[in-house]
Ligand binder design. Structure first.
Ligand SMILES: [Zn+2]
Length: 518
């Protein structure tokens, strides 16, 4: 009842992201919910003797960000690995691995992550000879930023010898392994060095702190068994810190169906989400499936992870069991295939609110956009990729040629066609404001949307993509009190978005982050 709010925040500019009133001035919070969103007077009516009243001083408030494609639990198990994203060039990356090896007992693993040759003057992948320079006494592995491939030194290749012949295990003209493993081969090898469930659980609090600093209150996180168990353990101890919608790897579909579980099971903190399926690879690794060959690899069109009929069967099984699906599709051929599969599956077995999603969805053509909308599929995109790789002269132009590259990530067309859109980062890097900056100021006109639409995609768009109810993710009375107070005004001054920061992050009515004031 009025008079018993815990906190009342007045005098701000509140972007509600809701279907009704878009802008308000004030919020009232009681327990984990908002009880008022409106004018100062409307919020102050909830103020009583024990209520704390905060003057927002004109600051912008937005709903808590939903990172709709994250790998936080996986990253949590990767603490102590060597980051290569800041390596100046290939030799610098090797030098960083050499230093890591020097601090690691002989015979141990030295694992580098997030190298990106498109930022290096050498412009080529790491291969075994490079990594042998880091060490021949350790198992050295360096995973590319897209996670679809990795490079191994000779010692690591010994531990991967049984994978020779697996799809993606690269050999040169003479049949000698180059050290590069992609897709199937790399995925199998990855399981041999990744962190176990205790390591993941130990790493989760640091990931949550990072998320809070960035204004992230919910993540749609890709999980296997170890990550799911770590999340459950953290949740049981009340230490989750973030709302997690777990997107489960497709090999867990059968046991989940047998156990009678489905999308939506769980609570406001930890929920079983979509079944995560791969249809193709990445542009960086030349494995995204294209209708026409790569500009820099004539004759190659990438690859499909599953045959079209296997993909159809997998998606159909999940759909019939009531699961949402989230299918990774980057190349135009893969996207078309996934849209056609989901059209057929939904036609044969219509369900209200299936909300199937396509992850990345980077190169859809006009016909596919129309059909995506007709089938009510969700585009789950990463605008940070625009900033990382899509500018003229960058990686996408090298891989696709100029004309095709100009068609990547056309968010404006999605919005015009009213395709449900959610934004995430895929962890490359995390940072909703960084992503929103690129969705508003991207190099191609078709990529650019308004700040309002970009914030919607990073908030209510994500809630919708997690099968949230009407209005989920927006700020309205009755909603979870998940919101962010910003420094800077990304709406009035869109050119400053990249410099805007989260000043305070609130989850479930609790302030979980405050920026140090200088
Ligand atoms: Zn991903």
């Amino acid at each position: 009842m009025p008079g018993d709010a815990d906190v009342v925040l007045v005098g701000g500019r509140v972007f509600t992201a809701g279907p009704g009133r878009t802008w308000s001035r004030a919020l009232a919070v009681r327990g984990d919910r908002l009880v008022a969103v409106g004018t100062d007077t409307q919020a102050e009516r909830w103020s009583g003797r024990r209520t704390r009243v905060v003057d927002l001083g004109g600051r912008t408030v937005v709903p808590g960000f939903v990172d709709a494609h994250a790998h936080m639990a996986e990253s949590a198990g990767e603490r102590g690995w060597t980051r290569l994203d800041r390596a100046r060039d290939l030799s610098d990356a090797v030098e960083r691995l050499r230093r890591a090896a020097a601090a690691t007992p002989r015979g141990g693993w030295v694992i580098g992550i997030d190298w990106d040759e498109s930022k290096w003057p050498e412009g080529r992948f790491l291969v075994r000879e490079d990594l042998d320079r880091a060490s021949t006494d350790h198992r050295v592995v360096a995973r590319r930023v897209d996670c679809h491939m990795g490079s191994l030194n000779s010692r690591s290749l010994e531990a991967a010898s049984d994978l020779a012949g697996t799809r993606g295990f690269e050999v040169d003209a003479s049949g000698r392994p180059t050290g590069v493993l992609k897709e199937d081969a790399f995925a199998e090898f990855h399981a041999r060095f990744e962190g176990d469930e205790s390591a993941i659980e130990r790493g989760l609090p640091a990931m949550a702190r990072m998320a809070h600093r960035l204004g992230i209150t919910s993540v749609h996180d890709v999980v296997g068994v170890a990550q799911w168990r770590a999340y459950q353990r953290a949740h049981l101890r009340g230490r989750l810190g973030l709302r997690v919608y777990a997107m489960v790897r497709h090999d867990l579909l059968a046991p989940l169906v047998d156990a009678g579980l489905g999308t939506g099971f769980g609570d406001a903190w930890l929920r079983l989400g979509a079944i995560k399926v791969f249809s193709d690879g990445s542009l960086g690794a030349h494995t995204a499936s294209l209708a026409d060959p790569y500009a820099d690899r004539p004759g190659e069109k990438g690859m499909l992870v599953h045959s079209p009929s296997d993909l159809h069967d997998l998606l159909e099984r999940a759909h019939r069991a009531g699961f949402q699906t989230a299918t990774h599709a980057i190349g135009d051929a893969a996207i078309r295939l996934v849209v056609e599969s989901l059209e057929a599956i939904q036609d044969a077995d219509p369900r209200d609110d299936a909300r199937h999603r396509i992850e990345h969805y980077e190169l859809p053509d006009e016909d596919v956009l129309r059909r995506t909308n007709a089938a009510r599929l969700i585009a789950s995109c990463q605008p940070n990729f625009v900033g990382q790789w899509s500018a003229p002269g960058d990686l996408y132009e090298k891989r696709l040629g100029r004309a095709r590259a100009a068609r990547n990530n056309p968010y404006r067309r999605f919005v015009r066609r009213r395709i449900p859109l959610c934004f995430g980062s895929d962890g490359m890097p995390y940072g909703p404001l960084y992503g929103i900056h690129w969705a508003v100021t991207g190099p191609f006109a078709d990529q650019r949307i308004s700040p309002e639409d970009a914030f919607r995609a990073y908030t209510v768009g994500g809630a919708y993509a997690a099968r949230g109810r009407d209005g989920a993710g927006s700020l309205h009375p009755g909603a979870l009190a998940d919101f962010v107070i910003l420094d800077g005004d990304p709406f009035r001054r869109p050119e400053t978005i990249a410099r805007c920061r989260a000043r305070e992050t609130w989850i479930g009515g609790a302030r979980v982050f405050t920026a140090a004031t200088s």
